[in-house]
Design a protein around this ligand. Structure first.
Ligand SMILES: [Fe+2]
Length: 468
């Protein structure tokens, strides 16, 4: 190679050398100044450097392509990520909405469960009760707090209008506002109001309803914004009772629940009526049996009715429950049923009885017991019939029982029986006046008669102006 060409090559090598100074340094190939060695070595070295440079260029290009590829992938991943994030955000808000809906449904479900529980409890309470007024009171006390009203009133439907049975207040503030109105209704006896309702009515803005405004006036309208009218119908769709509820937020949602209460109450009232009818029928049958004695014993006309009335009056003053009252009423009506087994000539003898005859008469409580003890509906009361001639001091008959050994019902019938026997006219003597008979009862307290029963009876006679 000519010298000139070599110099050019050397210059180029040096330029490249400078560019790759560091790398070439590492490889230990440093070319400086004029080269004086073998041309072949220089060429070979140049080719090696050139080839290394080429490889580096290729590598760079490949890296660039790779970087570009990664960059595109990265962009694509990024956009995918952004999409995913939006999807996630959408899913999250949907989940949040579902959760809220679930919570709302859960609250609603809990509310419905509570409603059903309350309704079930109410059904159980009212189906085991057969007193019409008691049923209406139970209904009012159950419904008012449950539907979040402040005041409730329950009426029974009579020919003259609605008669107030009971009221229920949630708080004393409500009581002070509404009490004068309740008193006014009670003093009038009946509330005349157009009650041709067939279903529950909810009024959420009563101040704008003139007919309510007229009844409730300013004070009540200010306190209560809403009102529910709940008719209780019989099977012929006639109103038998009526419940009025006042509150701030009674709304249409309560309508279904109130209808359920009304239906349950309607069935309970119908059952109570049937129960009363059956009881009346049963008592009528008992009366037929009891009257058989009055036919046989000509001196005791009206005696059974009066003894029954006195006995029931004493029992009421002693706060007997309805069922106990029914039992003492039957026991009193049947107390002398055993006289059926006493011969007429002894029973109706106008003169004083011999000892033997009196001993026959004394068997009547036991005979009465024997007659009715095997009748399931009369089994309970047969004991009272047997004991109605027992005395507190044990000198009575047929068993000579004392004090607590004698049933309270028998003690009551004993006082009622003795008082009516003393005050009734007989063919052979005139009945004594109430005052004298009451004194005799009083003087025999603790010996023949139970002291407490006599005191209650004397109080009853005083309260009813029966001169004592
Ligand atoms: Fe008797």
């Amino acid at each position: 190679m000519p010298r000139r060409e070599m110099d050019c090559l050397l210059e180029e090598v040096l330029a490249i050398n400078k560019y790759l100074e560091e790398e070439i340094k590492e490889k230990g190939i440093l070319i400086e100044g004029h080269y004086t060695g073998e041309m072949d070595v220089l060429k070979s070295e140049f080719n090696r450097v050139l080839s290394m440079l080429y490889e580096r260029e290729v590598q760079l290009e490949e890296d660039e392509i790779e970087i570009d590829k990664y960059s595109r992938q990265l962009k694509s991943k990024n956009s995918e990520l952004i999409n995913r994030q939006s999807e996630l955000e959408a899913a999250h808000s949907q989940l949040k909405a579902y959760t809220e809906e679930m919570e709302r449904m859960n609250i609603e479900l809990n509310r419905r469960v509570e409603e059903l529980k309350n309704l079930f409890h109410f059904s159980q309470e009212v189906t085991s009760n057969f007193d019409k007024y008691e049923l209406l009171r139970i209904a009012l006390k159950d419904i008012v707090p449950f539907i979040n009203s402040s005041f409730g009133a329950v009426f029974v439907s009579k020919e003259k209008g609605l008669r107030l049975v009971d009221t229920y207040y949630r708080d004393s503030a409500t009581f002070s506002i509404i009490e004068p109105l309740a008193k006014r209704i009670i003093s009038r006896g009946y509330l005349n109001y157009d009650i041709s309702l067939e279903d529950v009515q909810i009024h959420t803005d009563i101040e704008k309803t003139p007919k309510f405004y007229k009844i409730l006036k300013d004070k009540l309208i200010e306190k209560f914004k809403s009102m529910a009218l709940v008719p209780v119908l019989d099977k012929n769709k006639h109103i038998v009772a009526f419940i009025v509820l006042l509150g701030e937020y009674i709304d249409e949602n309560e309508k279904y629940l109130l209808s359920c209460y009304s239906n349950v109450l309607s069935i309970a009232l119908e059952n109570a009526k049937l129960y009363d009818d059956i009881n009346k029928m049963f008592f009528d049958t008992v009366k037929v049996l009891a009257n058989a004695i009055e036919v046989k014993d000509m001196y005791t006309k009206g005696h059974i009715d009066r003894v029954t009335d006195y006995s029931v009056a004493i029992a009421k003053k002693m706060n007997f429950e309805k069922k106990q009252l029914e039992k003492i009423k039957i026991a009193a009506a049947l107390h002398d049923i055993g006289k059926i087994g006493v011969p007429d000539e002894i029973l109706n003898k106008p003169a004083k009885l011999s000892e033997d005859e009196f001993n026959v008469i004394k068997l009547h409580p036991l005979k009465g017991y024997e007659i009715i003890k095997d009748i399931p509906a009369l089994k309970d009361i047969s004991v009272h019939v047997k004991q109605h001639h027992e005395r507190i001091d044990g000198k009575g008959y047929p068993e000579g029982l004392k004090k607590e050994e004698i049933s309270l019902e028998a003690k009551i019938i004993s006082v009622a029986d003795a008082f009516d026997a003393m005050t009734s006219d007989r063919p052979y003597r005139k009945g004594m006046n109430f005052k004298k008979a009451a004194d005799i009862l009083s003087n025999n307290k603790g010996s023949q008669f139970d002291e407490y029963v006599v005191n209650v009876f004397l109080n009853y006679l005083e309260e009813n102006d029966n001169i004592i």
